[in-house]
Design a protein around this ligand. Structure first.
Ligand code: GSH
Length: 225
């Protein structure tokens, strides 16, 4: 795993492309993933945490650029050239930028199928269930989690009921679990939730915390790499 020092200046997009061109002679590499240059733009504990976990889950080689949201690191001219929305995550794939948590998770799951983070094409319904969860997390949980408990608690109540006593969001562990975990992890991390609230999300969260990829991501984001 290759991770750059957080304070490394962000290359401009044209610089990224030229870096890629200089190292473009990787076509003889036997595995697709060995030919891809991935760079994650992230801010600790934010939405990009999900993409960061997925990078570890799939065992990708990647670099990171750490940004500080309080210091307006996502609104510098350099970063706005990468993501005009001024949001993380952004994932540079051989210099091309992909934004939005769900899209980055989908990309990683499909690019590294051996990690088993997305159901196979032979099971379209299972794929749709994963997309359903991720749409719900992106549109139902993310916009309200930090808008006050009056708004957040009913939304997470729905998530808790929907999860029920299932081990994972869909039939098997998937990118939907990573997406869901990141939101509940944040909600429960910054609020004193009543003991016993959201028992299903809590069980899911505790299970996620056991995963080596989650542990590595927390260590990386905490230590500043
Ligand atoms: N819809 C976006 C949301 C991303 C997002 O809201 N990122 C926040 C952190 S959780 C951010 O970068 N905020 C920086 C800012 O608004 O300055 C996604 O799913 O990637």
């Amino acid at each position: 795993m290759r991770q750059d020092i957080a304070s490394t200046p962000i290359p401009r997009l044209d610089e990224l492309n030229s870096i890629v061109n200089l190292s473009a002679d990787r076509d003889n590499a036997p595995q697709l993933e060995q030919r891809i240059m991935l760079t994650l733009y992230y801010a600790p504990g934010s939405s990009s945490f999900a993409t960061h976990i997925a990078l570890h889950e799939v065992g990708a080689t990647f670099e990171t650029h750490r940004l500080s949201i309080p210091d307006k690191g996502t609104h510098t001219p350099e970063y706005l050239a990468i993501n005009p929305a001024g949001k993380v995550p952004a994932l540079a794939i051989d210099g091309r930028i992909l934004t939005e948590v769900a899209a980055t998770l989908f990309y990683l799951a499909k690019t590294y199928p051996d990690a088993g983070l997305f159901p196979p094409d032979t099971n379209i319904e299972a794929q749709a269930q994963v997309l359903s969860w991720m749409s719900f997390v992106a549109s139902g949980l993310h916009p309200v989690w930090n808008k006050g408990l009056d708004l957040a608690l009913p939304a997470f109540e729905i998530a808790d009921k929907r999860l029920g006593d299932s081990e994972w969001a869909a039939d098997t562990y998937s990118i939907a679990d990573i997406h869901l975990f990141r939101l509940y992890w944040r909600l429960s991390g910054v609020n004193d939730l009543a003991p016993g609230s959201f028992p299903n999300l809590k069980r899911h969260h505790d299970q996620m915390l056991q995963r080596p990829a989650v542990i590595r991501t927390i260590e990386a984001e905490t230590s500043g790499t």
